[in-house]
Ligand binder design. Structure first.
Ligand code: JB2
Length: 209
């Protein structure tokens, strides 16, 4: 059976651990962090400097469990570390999530509790589709994007890479959110949002470039 390293032991890791424990598909699970983050019986077994050695010792898989709110640099750095070392990178999909059969999800993505991803949608690598998010039909969610708890993307929405869609945001059908943009919690997005901006409100407006 496979052995999984979780890279980062904070709040996001707690959500992921609960999903993994329900999936029961790993013989061993360990946390990688520079402080002791042991949680629900999963021990902290090293820092980033130990990952290469642990791979040599038979740890097969790794998953990025630091989250991101508007800045994905750390997730990128850690993701490229495990890619370069050659560890296998799974998707972790909570068993309570509902995902249509044809949905394509690239590696390293987390899908949380009761999230829904409907037919025709595509999700990029190392994305976070968090608790209760709804990704309706034919949406595209870019790599490293984070769709926060309770956010709703109506049909054919496009979310660019590294974008952050805050908790409870509603995005109208066919709208595009640009790469690296952040939409504040509770916003209602009815028009396209350019890349590299911060926007919030109802209707959602640009607040920072
Ligand atoms: O370079 C690193 C590193 N930098 C910080 N390598 C490793 N392996 N771990 C690192 N960390 C660790 O990430 C910190 O020591 C800390 O334990 C963890 C970050 O925890 P925190 O709870 O601050 O954030 P998070 O990223 O787990 O969760 C945020 O994002 C989620 C999506 C929170 O805001 C959550 O509320 C949110 N749901």
């Amino acid at each position: 059976m496979k052995k999984l390293l979780l890279i980062g032991g904070g709040g996001h890791c707690h959500s992921v651990i609960d999903s993994i424990l329900m999936l029961n598909s790993y013989e061993k699970i360990g946390i990688i962090d520079d402080k002791d983050c042991s949680f629900l019986g999963i021990s902290t077994i090293g820092t980033d400097y130990d990952v290469s050695r642990l791979f040599q010792e038979g740890w097969t898989d790794a998953f990025i469990t630091v989250g991101s709110i508007g800045n994905t640099d750390l997730r990128h750095r850690l993701y490229h570390m495990i890619v370069d070392l050659g560890l296998a990178i799974p998707n972790i999909v909570d068993p309570t999530a509902t995902i249509a059969k044809d949905v394509k999800i690239q590696q390293g993505t987390y899908v949380g509790k009761k999230a829904v991803i409907n037919a025709g949608s595509k999700i990029g690598e190392c994305a976070v589709i968090n608790t209760g998010a709804i990704i309706e039909h034919d949406c595209m969610v870019g790599p490293f994007a984070h769709i926060s708890p309770g956010a709703t993307l109506c049909g054919q929405v496009h979310v660019g890479e590294n974008a952050h869609v805050g908790a409870g945001v509603v995005v109208k059908q066919l709208v595009k959110i640009g790469d690296h943009s952040l939409i504040g919690a509770g916003s209602v997005v009815v028009k396209d949002i350019p890349k590299n901006i911060v926007a919030y409100g109802n209707p959602c407006r640009l607040v920072e470039q």
